[in-house]
Design a protein around this ligand. Structure first.
Ligand SMILES: NC(=O)c1ccc[n+]([C@@H]2O[C@H](COP(=O)([O-])OP(=O)(O)OC[C@H]3O[C@@H](n4cnc5c(N)ncnc54)[C@H](OP(=O)(O)O)[C@@H]3O)[C@@H](O)[C@H]2O)c1
Length: 324
């Protein structure tokens, strides 16, 4: 594995981290989930990304991760960097959602219970909810860190006009923002253009989620929607309407360049993000150990020639490929 420092901190993270949003819930096969976590750890992926609501059912990915920790990895806790978050729908009704102090602190306590951990390495505000003052949410993160429930604070998906304010509040409290989490892939350049620079200037690491556009950038949708894929599953977040003919065509063209590089399209898509040296890590999702193995081999070739970059960026220039 290759490790990079997260912003201006002493924390090194693997360039590939494992996320438990899909495939680790109570609807999924626990033995496959166990194999993916243990194989990832053995390969040097020591960073695992959770959130209160991951499942389905919400909370079950944390419970399952807690079981895997207890059964397989308990003695390795200090070699692991474990994240959780609060801010999205946990249950319907009041205090089940949003970025209030009430929700963040109660949710962090619940997440610790579900995982059986004594502390998280980083705890994030999962999103700006459009209502709660940023001061309230950041103070909750500061207090979570000061109470020892997390070692570091992070923000996820904060829009550019609020990002600087978050960094300023956290910095003033001497709880600097370790990580800023944004969606980013070959089909999703928005955060690269709008958020990465301000994060870097403020000493925050940048960590990218959905780096394969939820599987679109793997070639699996080249001939339609395969059974069992995320787009086919009722619990999957990727919508069939997002699997557009233009994106599928672009993936085929990109796959040709990947082939010339001796890589799979998934490996090239991950390497392309990591070519941006502002990025600390990509959080991948996998539904099998075979996918994990494929993605792990990304680190065998992270270099691009100017010509390869030009050809790739020429394909990606078409705005219809980009997610909103
Ligand atoms: N902060 C936030 O708001 C936020 C939001 C979303 C995600 N995240 C984090 O980011 C993590 C990753 O997101 P993501 O799961 O969308 O990432 P992703 O890597 O873009 O997509 C993962 C999916 O792509 C498919 N796949 C992966 N590798 C493959 C391969 N080599 N060959 C074929 N198919 C492959 C699998 O889907 P199939 O099921 O089709 O096999 C897999 O579940 C999440 O788990 C979560 O931790 C954070």
């Amino acid at each position: 594995m290759i490790y990079r420092y997260s912003g201006h901190s002493g924390i090194q993270l693997p360039v590939l981290s494992l996320g438990l949003w899909h495939n680790f819930g109570s609807v999924d096969d626990f033995s496959v989930a166990t194999q993916m976590v243990t194989r990832a750890f053995d390969a040097g992926i020591c960073h695992f990304d959770l959130a209160n609501n991951y499942g389905p059912v919400p909370g079950s990915a944390e419970s399952n991760f807690g079981r895997i920790m207890k059964n397989e990895l308990a003695s390795h806790r200090d070699e692991m960097f474990i994240a959780s978050k609060a801010g999205h729908d946990m249950w319907p009704g009041v205090y089940g959602d949003g970025s209030s102090r009430k929700n963040l602190i109660a949710s962090c306590n619940q997440s610790l219970k579900r995982t059986g951990l004594e502390y998280f390495d980083v705890f994030y505000s999962h999103r700006y909810d459009g209502v709660t003052p940023v001061e309230e949410t950041m103070q909750a993160l500061i207090d979570i860190v000061r109470q020892g429930k997390a070692l570091y604070a992070g923000i996820s998906k904060y829009p550019p006009h609020l990002q600087q304010k978050c960094y300023d509040i956290l910095k003033a409290a001497k709880v600097p923002c370790l990580l800023s989490q944004y969606r980013c892939s070959m089909f999703d350049h928005k955060a690269m253009n709008e958020n990465f620079e301000v994060a870097t200037l403020n000493g925050s690491g940048v960590i990218c989620f959905s780096p394969l556009a939820q599987g679109l950038l793997t070639g699996k949708y080249d001939n339609g929607i395969p059974e069992g894929s995320r787009a086919a599953r009722s619990t999957g977040f990727l919508q069939t309407s997002q699997v557009t003919p233009e994106r599928v065509e672009a993936v085929k063209k990109l796959a040709q360049i990947a082939k010339e590089r001796g890589q799979s399209i998934a490996q090239m898509a991950l390497a392309w993000i990591l070519a941006d040296n502002r990025v600390t890590s990509c959080i991948i999702g996998t539904s099998s150990v075979a996918q994990l193995e494929n993605n792990l081999a990304t680190i065998d070739n992270l270099q691009f020639s100017d010509d390869e970059m030009d050809r790739i960026n020429e394909i990606l220039r078409d705005p219809v490929l980009q997610f909103d």
